[in-house]
Design a protein around this ligand. Sequence first.
Ligand code: URA
Length: 259
Amino acid sequence: MRLDRFLSGQTAFSRKELTAFIRSGAVTIGGAVIRKPDTQIDPEQAEVTLCGKQITYAAHHYYLLHKPAGVITASRDPKQKTVLDLLEPEDRIQGLFPSGRLDIDTEGLLLITNDGALSHQMLSPKHHVAKYYLARLAKPFQQEYTELFRGGILLREGDGEELCQPAECRPVSERLAVLELHEGKYHQVKRMFAAVGNHVENLLRVGIGTLRLPTDLAPGSYFRIFNKDVYSALKNSDISEVCAFCAEYYSSYWINEWK
Ligand code: URA
């Protein structure tokens, strides 16, 4: 792999900036200054430094973000703050994008990555990776929702209708419910509850596969996670376990001190 390509996959600098760094002698390989951007290196083996800082190679990068409300799920936007704007400048590696979409007012677990294959696996309904949402409802949860959602809800779509895949739904308390989805239609959770006569006041994504929204991660914060931890999470969990998790950690989420 070319040295400039290696560095652009591991840092937030543009190719042009990196070429200038390399030419100025700011890059070493195995302790020797290298000034040619097209130098071929073995990314797994080469000991590369940039301005004295060791650069460790990862084929892809993954950040687990607690998306706050008021930020849009996009890579860039001329007007509104995006989830990528929440990353520290040095973490904004080229090619990152949010995997999946949460509405501007939805909060919770969002992965930011530059791994297209992972994202496809996580989002495609074919792979059935469950997304878990905690919804605060305007009206009390009704037992009939469980059967209605299992049977597949019909959502109005323009002039027609679209059928949702069967979904599991359980109450956590009178007005809190967990919904498990294996697909991601536009405003799906809000529209499903609207279809049964309720209204979602707040929405928090608490899980994807076996990944959970860390209970000590404040809205707007994030951390880096490893490839193996993301891929091994692409399995389903038991909704009862997610309900217990929400009951213990998120039942007072919308009234706690960071709001
Ligand atoms: N369903 C919604 O209605 N909104 C989201 O942000 C995610 C799922």
